[in-house]
Write a protein that binds this ligand. Structure first.
Ligand SMILES: [Zn+2]
Length: 353
């Protein structure tokens, strides 16, 4: 499946809707509205909550996916929580945290959970019959992302959640989640490129370090996105929204107030649009190459063509890396960014292919 629209794999709501409280119609409303904002596929994301409410909301989202006739396609639930490290709790309410055991996961298990964010360092202490929660989820075909964690050993994980945020950062003396994510080419890295969650230099470091098809742009948006709300309750906590940033009373930056499309445009302010264009082309070429390889095998002419196409895209992308510069800010043109956005193909599909 290839779409020209964006795929959002990490967001908690928008238009006043909170997925942890939404009913079926609310979820359908978000799916319909967000498609008009340029997003074609979604993984509604649940923040840490009680077992009962988590179970209930997974069923609501699943029900909405069965009922939907149009709007952004609901691919599954991203469960961000319950098995997180209290040291990096962010806005999550640790009252609901559970030990990351297979037994505890079974209390909420549902085949509509497609991505789980967890703290890998905690999972490894709970082995049973040679299995821990990470290997158990992988065997079920669920994507595992390290997030709200401090561990530097990401073995078994598919990727990391909101790169640099709520994880141990870059330190040259010790292993950390951020370092492991940067140096391990096979790991996907979600990033909130809204201009607040990750600074320019960190964003450039990410783009320079990771293979182009391993960066997943996300918004991590909150219910306040596309509303005039000045405050609301999220994850049992009052969150204040000044029209740009959403923060707790203690000043902790919560999720984004931008949707993926807005965040991308903001991101284009940080990086030359031409670079983004080559970056997106490469992502599409990688996706086509993987799909062709799986379908036709390495001895086909289709494979050879897709390989050449990817090589060209790689060269263009490598040359375009030189375009990353602070001066690009001045050359930024919102209309060109919007047109780039229209042709953007998010890599999440190859992840799910
Ligand atoms: Zn989140």
């Amino acid at each position: 499946m290839i779409t020209k629209l964006l795929i959002e794999q990490h967001f908690h709501g928008a238009y006043g809707v909170d997925f942890n409280k939404a009913n079926v119609n609310d979820v359908l409303e978000v799916a319909n509205k967000i498609k008009k904002d340029g997003v074609g596929g979604i993984f509604p994301t649940l923040v840490t909550d009680s077992i009962e409410n988590t179970q209930k909301q997974i069923k609501v989202i699943k029900e909405a996916s069965k009922k939907q006739k149009d709007g952004a396609k609901i691919f599954g639930v991203h469960l961000e929580g319950i098995f997180l490290n209290p040291e990096k709790k962010g806005i999550h309410n640790p009252v609901h945290f559970l030990e990351p055991t297979i037994e505890n996961f079974k209390k909420i298990a549902d085949d509509f959970i497609r991505i789980v964010t967890l703290a890998p360092e905690l999972c490894r202490t709970y082995m049973k019959n040679g299995e821990n929660l990470i290997t158990y989820l992988k065997n079920k075909g669920i994507k595992v992302q390290a997030g709200h964690c401090i561990g530097g050993d990401l073995a078994g994980c598919d990727g990391v959640t909101h790169m640099f945020n709520a994880m141990s950062g870059i330190n040259h003396r010790t292993k950390s989640t951020a370092l492991s994510a940067l140096i391990n080419d096979s790991l996907y890295a979600e990033v909130i490129a809204d201009g607040y969650h990750v600074n320019d230099d960190a964003l450039k470091l990410l783009f320079k370090s990771k293979p182009a098809d391993k960066i997943l742009l996300i918004s991590d948006s909150l219910p306040c996105a596309r509303t005039n709300l000045s405050s609301f309750v999220f994850a049992d906590e009052k969150v204040y929204f000044d029209g740009e940033k959403a923060t707790s009373a203690q000043g902790t930056l919560a999720g984004s107030s931008k949707l993926l499309g807005n965040a991308m445009i903001k991101n284009n302010v940080k990086i030359n649009p031409e670079f983004i264009s080559h970056y997106n082309n490469l992502k599409s070429a990688c996706f086509r190459f993987n799909a062709v390889k799986a379908k036709y095998g390495p001895n086909s002419s289709e494979y050879v063509n897709a390989f050449k196409e990817r090589q060209i895209a790689e060269t263009l992308y490598a040359n375009a890396k030189g375009l990353i510069s602070d001066n690009s800010r001045n050359a930024f043109n919102e209309d060109s960014a919007k047109s780039i956005l229209k042709s953007y193909t998010n890599n999440v599909h190859s992840w799910y292919a």
